[in-house]
Design a protein around this ligand. Structure first.
Ligand code: ADP
Length: 177
């Protein structure tokens, strides 16, 4: 299949404002809310999200769970738990890749057409963004190639610096694959 490059969008912004079939939450294993993007998503979605999350009884690192979007413009939230960076010798890269794959398993199963990601693990979990960006982008491109149902995958970077890192990583990947 020819890959339409416009199906992958890197942009700066607030993921809680994105209208998509699903936005992805960088959650913790409790799924009961936290700081960073998790806190922002729960604040914007309203208490219904936390009520539904309580019924899920947590989520192991590397896996994903889907809920409704409640007061968000997005129809669903896919919660995934990224690895905490511990220096890079504890399988953190593979676990991060597994997060993206777990999200796309749900996307496929639910027939979703658009999904928006934050930069998983690169905030409080301290995964170096220059290492996380190529892992994320490789998984996003693989999913786009595999799933024709996907019309758009967006990465919402919170700062212009983060957006730059992802743009450079995408350009570097383009040269090698
Ligand atoms: P983690 O615990 O997985 O590291 P964080 O929420 O601490 O998750 O950080 C992940 C990324 O999400 C960081 O780059 C942070 O700047 C970004 N972020 C925080 N709030 C938002 C938001 N509202 N929209 C998009 N990205 C956000």
């Amino acid at each position: 299949m020819t890959q339409n490059p416009y199906r992958l969008l890197l942009t700066q912004g607030d993921i809680t404002r994105v209208d998509a079939d699903a936005i992805v939450n960088a959650a913790n294993t409790s799924l009961l809310g936290g700081g960073g993007v998790d806190g922002a998503i729960h604040r914007a979605a309203g208490p219904g999200l936390l009520d539904e999350c309580r019924t899920l009884r947590g989520c192991p690192t590397g896996e994903a769970r889907i809920t409704g979007g409640y007061n968000l413009p997005a129809r669903h939230v896919i919660h995934t738990v990224g690895p905490v960076w511990q220096g890079g010798h504890k399988g953190e890269r593979e676990t991060l890749a597994r997060c993206y794959r777990s999200v796309f398993e749900l996307v496929e199963r639910q027939g979703l057409r658009s999904v928006a990601f934050p930069s998983i693990s690169t905030g409080a979990y301290r995964f170096p963004i220059s290492e996380a960006a190529p892992i994320a982008l490789r998984e996003l491109r693989a999913a786009l190639a595999r799933l024709p149902q996907l019309e758009r995958v967006t990465v919402l970077l919170f700062s212009p610096e983060d957006l730059d890192v992802y743009r450079q990583a995408l350009a570097a990947l383009g040269a090698t694959s």
